[in-house]
Design a protein around this ligand. Sequence first.
Ligand code: C2O
Ligand code: CU
Ligand code: CU
Length: 455
Amino acid sequence: MIPLILGFACKAPPTETDPPASDTDTDTDAPPTTGDTGTPPVARPSLVSPAEATDLDPAPDALRVALVAAPHTWMAGDQTVGGFAYNGQVPGPTLRARVGDTLTVELDNQLGMDTSIHWHGVDVPFAMDGAGWQVSPVAAGESFVYTFVLEQAGTFWYHPHFDTAHQVDRGLYGVLVVEDPADPPVDSELVLVFDGVAEVEAGEDDPTVDPTPLRWLVNGLLDPVWSPPSGQTVRVRMLNASNAGYIALEDVRVIATDQGLLSAPESSTVLAPGDRAELEWSTGSAASEVTAVPWSLAGPSAFPAVPLFGVAPTGGLAAPAEVSWPFSGAPPTADPGRTDLRYTFTGSAENGWEINGQTWPSIEPDVVALGSEVVLEIRNVSPAHHPFHLHGMAFEVLSVDGVAPDTRRVEDTLDIGVQETVRLLVVADNPGDWMSHCHILPHAEDGMMTVLSVQ
Ligand code: C2O
Ligand code: CU
Ligand code: CU
C-alpha cells in the first residue's frame, strides 16, 4: 500500500527505516516535538475548545450568528498559513444550540472569491444545503442567510462547498453542536477539531495533499496540552476536518458518532475525513499523552503512533464512574434484500476516482421517489478507502461485507475500505438534488461526486 500513498503525497512519508525525528519510538512520555534529548523542552500551548459564536437572538429557541468569511493568516504550528477564517478564528466559532432550535447564520463573503456554507450531517431543506446539482454559490462581496430548524442532536460541522478542498484546507471549518436536553449532564465539554499540518504546509497552489499527515493540529495547535480538573466527566466532541487524513483511536469510550448517541458504546473509532465521534472522558489525576493509531486511506499502517495532545489534569481526584447514557440497544433494521441503487467506486490516484464510471460534473443524477426507502449498495473496487458522505439525509448501515452491525447504526459519513461492500438504507424524506461524494476532498474535487435526486 505504500506506493499508493507515495503516489499522491506531497512529501514522502517516513518508512520504517526512516522514522520521523520527532517520534523515534512509541514511548509517549516525552513531548513529541522534543524527541531529540539535546533540545530544551518547548512550552506546549494550552488546549481549549474553539471559542463559541455569540448568539444575536435573545429568544431561547433561536441561535442567530453572523459569520464573516475572510482572508486570514494563521499559524499551523511553526508554519504560517496564508489562509481564510470565519470571524478571524481557525477552527471557526462553535455554534451551540439545542434540538428544536432555529439556527440562522448570516454569511458575509469577504473572501474575494465565491463560497457557500454546507451543514454537514444536518438534514436541512435543499435551499439551505450550500451545495447541489448546478446550484450557485454566494458570490464575492455578497451575503446569504441560512436558516433552518435543527431536528437532530449531535456533533455536526460547517464548511464551504465551492472550491471545497482549497477553502476547507485553508481554514474554513467549524463545529455545530446540537444538544439533546434529555442527555445526562456532564461536568464539561471539550470540542476537538483535527486538521493535518502536512496539508496546510502543502501551499495554496500545490494541488497535492498528503493523505497521511503525521503531525496534527488540534484546535489549530500543534502538540497542545489539555489541563482539565481531575475527577470530572467530560464529553469530548471530535471532528476530523482534514482533507485526507485519518485519526484512529483505541481504548476510549465512544458514546456517539456522526448522528448522535450510538445504540451501544464502543471502545475504538476511526475518524475518516468529515467524520465526528464523541467520547466520554473521565479525568483522573495521572498525566498522559493521547496518540492515534497510524491509519490512512490505505487502512492501518506501520508508521509510528501519531501524537495528538497531552493531558495534564489538575488536582488529585480519581476518575469518576461511568455515566449511564440512554443507549437504546436497538437492533439494526433487517436488510430488505432488494437493491434500489448501486454505486461502484473505481479509479486510482493516477487516473482519478469515479462513481459508476462517472466523473463530476459529467454525471447523471439518480432519481428516487420522495417518501421511498432506498437500499443503496456501494462496492469499492478501487485501491483506496473512500469515506462516503450523503447530503440531506442520514443513512442506516444495513451491512458491511454482508455482516449487519450489532446494533442500529446511523451515519452521514462512512469509510468504505478496499474491496468492501456496504449496504445502506436511505429514507428519502427530504426533497432535493442531494450531493453524495467521497469526503477525501481531493478525490471529490477529482470528480468522485454524484447526485441523488429525491422528487
Ligand atoms: Cu462535508 Cu458534501 O460535505
Ligand atoms: Cu455534507
Ligand atoms: Cu475517496
